[in-house]
Design a protein around this ligand. Structure first.
Ligand code: SF4
Length: 484
């Protein structure tokens, strides 16, 4: 547990006093925004898929999925591969990911054995002529694997799929800076990765201690330098606001350091404290969390600092430099969204490997089982480790198109809805129009007879606007993290 005394002694100012000071600092405009944010501060999905993964059902067997893969119509076009490595050396208290915390390094050998079986079972259904445009290693901690294991994994993928070394490939890996050296960065470049995402979260040492994730600024400087030297096309930093002991002052210092390191992309997430759902969050003393007003001020500070530094705001939670492909795709109207967030191209299918990994086809999603033992046991028996799935209805596809378009284009042209989905927006979405009109009065969007356009304020509440079109959200909204 975080020591409350430690929490309240930070900068000789108790959390309550601190919140009061920040509350007093809200301008009239900020106070209006604060009220809106309070109103819309309800659990809301990030919409990396629609319907969201909590809507998937347990009913499909390995044979069902194999039958589906065999009989589905021939798919052409680029392929996307996602690989999930669930292991982590240490627990970060804020974490809400599906991970396995262990110091036993032998687990990865058995895991790779299973993953190779999964690759062998699935790869024949994905023609060798289809190039892999996107490859993403996520976790957990992909760099839990040692260098020989990373090499082994990439070899398995390379012999079964058509990897490319085109300049415009998007081969990304999530890196925990505590687990990599400059030599690892060099190896990753040699393996074909051209994008790296680093979990930074916060540079403040007290905050790092409170979340059990200590990593020095100096070590990050060395890694960033290596990423640049080895020619990676894109470096992303993940940041989180709303963590214990964070303040506007500490966030100002963190942002100074972030901007000095000049990553190409920055993902900014709002910490949602849900200790009933995520047990590790019980290690965080809720009294050490910043107040809602301080969170608002931090969100505003982050946004302002990044915009002042020349970054572009890319829809939900993301910023990118103006010359980054994401910014260019946003300007050209070609931005896409997939399970990993924003992307410049949309592959026709995503094939995923590892526990809890989700594969995506044009009309359906398949998610692997979440339990390691079950995953390995099924593959030992020569069966696909399918856990849950969802076949999309026509209505799901329509709403997916609308939500994805809003998230990527920040506007929706009703003529496009007619063209793509053969639906007249105004007559089909009469119930939603009532919500949209009320959001228009609040200044979140502009609604005309032909389009919806998000305002600057609306961009901050984009998840809530997308949620208007989510048919399933109201039933189990509390499963998702806070919207802001
Ligand atoms: S935040 Fe990342 S490194 Fe930390 S426990 Fe979660 S998955 Fe592992």
């Amino acid at each position: 547990m975080i020591n409350p005394k430690r929490a309240s002694s930070k900068k000789d100012c108790s959390i309550e006093e601190h919140s009061q000071i920040k509350n007093d600092r809200l301008s009239d405009e900020e106070a209006v925004i604060r009220e809106l944010i309070k109103k819309y501060d309800i659990p809301s999905p990030r919409y990396t898929s629609y319907p969201t993964a909590d809507r998937f059902i347990d009913s499909e067997s390995s044979d069902d999925y194999l039958h589906y893969l065999r009989q589905r119509r021939t798919v052409i076009g680029p392929l996307s591969i996602y690989v999930h490595i669930p292991f982590c050396d240490n627990i970060c208290y804020y974490c809400a990911c599906n991970k396995i915390v262990t110091r036993d390094k032998t687990v990865s050998t058995r895991y790779l054995d299973s993953m190779e079986k999964e690759i062998a079972l699935k790869s024949p259904f994905f023609s060798g002529s289809r190039v892999v445009k996107q490859l993403h290693l996520g976790g957990g901690t992909p760099t839990f694997l040692n260098r020989a294991e990373l090499l082994r994994l990439m070899h398995s993928i390379a012999v079964n799929f058509h990897l490319v070394d085109d300049e415009d490939r998007e081969y990304a890996i999530e890196v925990d800076p505590r687990t990599v050296s400059v030599e690892t960065i060099s190896l990753l470049a040699g393996l074909g990765f051209n994008r790296i995402s680093m979990g930074i979260q916060d540079f403040d040492e007290a905050v790092q201690a409170a979340i059990n994730r200590k990593q020095s600024y100096e070590s990050i400087v060395d890694l960033v330098q290596a990423v640049r030297e080895f020619g990676f096309k894109s470096l992303n930093f993940d940041l989180i606001y709303g963590l214990p002991l964070q303040s506007v002052e500490s966030m100002t210092e963190t942002m100074d350091k972030v901007i000095a390191l000049s990553p190409d992309r920055i993902s900014v997430y709002n910490y949602a404290h849900l200790p009933d759902r995520f047990t590790s969050q019980r290690q965080i003393d809720r009294y050490s969390l910043p107040s809602a007003n301080v969170k608002l001020l931090m969100a505003k500070l982050i946004q302002q600092r990044l915009l002042d530094a020349g970054y572009c705001s890319i829809g939900m939670d993301h910023y990118a430099k103006p010359d980054d492909e994401l910014s260019q795709a946003l300007n050209e109207g070609s931005l896409q969204r997939n399970f990993q967030g924003y992307a410049t191209t949309l592959s026709t299918e995503t094939i995923a490997f590892g526990v809890s990994a989700i594969s995506s086809h044009s009309d359906s999603y398949r998610q692997n089982v979440r339990e390691l033992e079950r995953y390995q046991g099924l593959l030992d028996k020569g069966r696909l480790p399918i856990g849950r799935h969802l076949i999309l209805s026509k209505e799901d596809k329509l709403r997916r198109f609308i939500i994805t378009t809003l998230a990527c284009q920040l506007c929706l042209d009703f003529a496009m809805v007619k063209q793509q989905c053969d639906v007249d927006f105004m007559s089909h979405f009469q119930a939603e129009l009532t919500h949209l009109k009320s959001m228009e009065q609040e200044g979140l969007l502009i609604l005309s007879n032909t389009a919806i356009t998000l305002t600057t304020l609306g961009r901050q509440l984009i998840r809530n606007i997308c949620q208007v079109f989510d048919q399933y959200h109201s039933a189990e909204a509390s499963r998702h993290s806070q919207a802001i």
